[in-house]
Design a protein around this ligand. Structure first.
Ligand SMILES: [Zn+2]
Length: 419
């Protein structure tokens, strides 16, 4: 989330350091700053089993996505969600705060709890899946790149077999790469599985929770879970949530390191008007409702989406490399604190020219996918009728992690303000 400092260039990332002349002050993107400041470095060491950290699209992007989905949702559930549009807008980024601001989560009102019960760093792995990780990559279709649909148990079994095969060597390697790990061989398969990411299963499980809430006619919970589901759906459409090289850290151009925040937050926040216009245009155009599918169809679609996301990463990295080389010929290192000079508005214009369309496409598609899954839940629940004009009584609040406090959220201002 960004509390909109005027000079703030979102997505600037303290990833690459050294030499670039004069000083320029730029604040790192909030999401990224949290990463550096908190357990990301602990949880995601240098894994061979491909962790991509559970960064968010960013509060602005998740908010725009949720609002667009609400606007597109047909039928009585659409009416219900529109009556609570600000609620979805405000809390669409909450799942990232379950791991990012664990100290503040217990202070939020009842009704905003993670359905899994998880608060803290274990939640982070639920926002990504490394499709190209060591154990998943060999399973992908060589032509389409699709990772086959797996249940959690099937995926866990891969890690169990790996540990059975490698024994103590697997444990030593994992411990060396993850200093936080205190478990033994017995717990290792689960730890490796969680580190590789749980996003596809979490998405499907959240859909099941939403279905149950609708079936029970618990509409406050249903609206909340629709919000949560749109968050995880958004993450499945974010390319850097699906790869080992989740931050460009393995790219030959060291300036590419830090691309994660620049793509999914920086582009959106620097060109918010363009994103808003694009989402609105699609919403106005309407179009035929997506066909609903059976239970297998949902998992297949989620796995297809993460595989597609993964396939977009190489072009994204190379195009940022191009944008950086065009903007800063010959520069390969940046002095600490001078991100603003490298990732400045000219760079962002160049990066947007190359990747803006793809970024808008993914956000737009994730709004459609959210609508689709909300409709699936409603159909599975037996099309229950929500009460007309139902308003959730939970107040709109924003986590101000910089000041470690909770502040009122003003939907007219959104996420861009100083609390
Ligand atoms: Zn997330």
């Amino acid at each position: 989330m960004s509390f909109g400092q005027k000079d703030h260039i979102p997505g600037n990332v303290e990833g690459t350091v050294v030499r670039m002349g004069t000083t320029a002050h730029s604040k790192p993107h909030a999401c990224w700053a949290r990463l550096l400041g908190t357990a990301i470095l602990v949880w995601f060491g240098l894994a061979a089993i491909a962790p991509a950290p559970g960064w968010c699209w960013g509060a602005v992007a998740h908010g725009l996505l949720a609002r667009a989905a609400v606007d597109r949702m047909p039928g009585p559930v659409g009416d219900l969600l529109r009556a609570n549009r600000d609620f979805l807008y405000c809390y669409s980024v909450l799942p990232d705060q379950w791991w990012g601001s664990p100290d503040l989560i217990p202070k939020l009102p009842r009704g905003l709890e993670n359905p899994s019960g998880i608060i803290g760093i274990r939640e982070q792995g639920r926002h990504h899946v490394a499709v190209d990780g060591d154990l998943y990559a060999p399973l992908r279709d060589p032509r389409s790149g699709l990772l086959p649909v797996m249940t959690r148990d099937q995926a866990r079994l891969l890690f169990k077999k790996h540990v059975d095969r490698e024994g103590r060597a697997a444990l030593d390697r994992f411990r060396a790469e993850n200093k936080w790990y205190k478990g033994g061989l017995k717990e290792l398969p689960q730890a490796m599985f969680e580190k590789a990411g749980e996003l596809p299963w979490v998405t499907v499980e959240t859909l099941d929770e939403l279905t149950r809430a609708m079936k029970a006619n618990d509409w406050s919970r249903a609206a909340f879970l629709a919000t949560v589901l749109s968050h995880y759906v958004g993450d499945t459409y974010t390319p850097l949530h699906t790869v080992h090289n989740y931050n460009g850290q393995l790219h030959p151009n060291p300036l590419v390191k830090g691309i994660h925040g620049r793509w999914e937050s920086g582009l959106v926040e620097n060109f918010e008007d363009r994103f808003v216009a694009r989402l609105a245009k699609t919403t106005r155009a309407g179009g035929p409702p997506a066909a609903l599918d059976g239970p297998e169809g949902v998992a297949a679609q989620v796995f297809r989406t993460v595989s597609e996301s993964c396939s977009l990463v190489d072009a994204m990295l190379d195009q940022e490399d191009e944008a950086l080389k065009a903007r800063h010929p010959g520069v390969t290192v940046v002095e600490k604190g001078q991100w603003g000079q490298i990732y400045d508005s000219v760079y962002y214009a160049s990066f947007f020219e190359r990747q803006g369309q793809s970024c808008m496409d993914r956000l737009d598609a994730s709004a459609d996918a959210s609508v689709w899954l909300w409709r699936v839940a409603w159909e599975r629940a037996g099309r229950p009728e929500p009460p007309r004009g139902f308003k959730i009584s939970i107040p709109l609040l924003l986590i101000d992690w910089r000041n470690n406090t909770i502040v009122p959220f003003d939907p007219n201002v959104g996420f861009r303000r100083d609390p």
